[in-house]
Design a protein around this ligand. Structure first.
Ligand SMILES: Cn1ncc2cc([C@H](O)c3cccc(CNC(=O)c4cc(-c5ccc(F)cc5)cc(O)c4O)c3)ccc21
Ligand SMILES: [Mg+2]
Length: 214
């Protein structure tokens, strides 16, 4: 049977990256996407911005919406302090299966809880199912028309506290206009745009960092 792009990406990791070395997993995926096949990972340029936000925040509890192959999961988890936890939501079982193997190859499976299902179904269950109080950081990288409804849902479920940080990928390309309008105009957020490029291309894209003010 034909392999899929996520499977080919996993193969590249298993052939070229060092087990237990997150940086080599990240580097291998970026090389694959630059020279073999483009894939919708946050990439190395926006990835450095992601790294700086994570390192500065030193979060104990992180939520990622949209795992895909686990590239940003590995970048984030590799920077977390020992007892910190990252919950990542992936609704596509094939993406989830590949991501589990890539996260394991990086040796980060003990810091990451990959939950299969849709954000809208799981956000309301975070407290009762996983004992989450609030999230210190949320990385939004799933369907772009779900950023706004899921942000409102997190507010309603009391999953954000004063100082919680939302970091959203692709606010320019493919774009998330309704989400941007909301976080930039709501008195409950302090928002900042980090200009960058669409992964592995010269097109403009960027990350929006929004601090919840409570
Ligand atoms: C509800 N729910 N809950 C969990 C959950 C998880 C998923 C999947 O992980 C999933 C599947 C397909 C698409 C996405 C969103 N990502 C994108 O669409 C994207 C596109 C491009 C781009 C840019 C330029 C192009 F020309 C083509 C694609 C660049 C990027 O960085 C992207 O993130 C996410 C979906 C819904 C989910
Ligand atoms: Mg993205």
């Amino acid at each position: 049977t034909q392999s899929t792009r996520p499977q080919r990406l996993l193969g590249a990791v298993q052939q070229n990256a060092t087990r237990g070395d997150p940086r080599s997993v990240v580097k291998t995926i970026d090389q694959f996407c630059k020279h073999k096949e483009w894939a919708m990972n946050v990439g190395d340029e926006k990835g450095c911005i992601l790294d700086s936000v994570v390192s500065e925040l030193n979060p104990a509890t992180v939520l990622e919406l949209g795992t895909y192959c686990g590239y940003s999961t590995v970048r984030i988890a590799s920077l977390l302090p020992p007892h910190a936890r990252l919950i990542t939501l992936e609704f596509n079982p094939h993406f989830a299966a590949v991501a589990r193997q890539i996260i394991a190859w990086a040796g980060l499976q003990d810091k990451v809880l990959l939950v299969e299902g849709a954000s809208g179904d799981w956000i309301p269950k975070m407290k009762e199912q996983f004992g989450v109080k609030t999230f210190d950081l949320v990385f939004l990288d799933h369907w772009k028309d779900r950023y706004l409804p899921d942000t409102k849902l997190m507010e309603e479920c009391g999953l954000l506290r004063k100082g919680s940080v939302l970091l959203a990928d692709n606010v320019v390309c493919p774009g998330t206009p309704d989400y941007l309008q909301y976080v930039r105009n709501s008195p409950r957020y302090n928002s900042q745009y980090f200009r960058s490029h669409l992964e592995y291309t010269k097109a403009e894209d960027g990350l929006e960092k929004s601090v919840f003010l409570g």
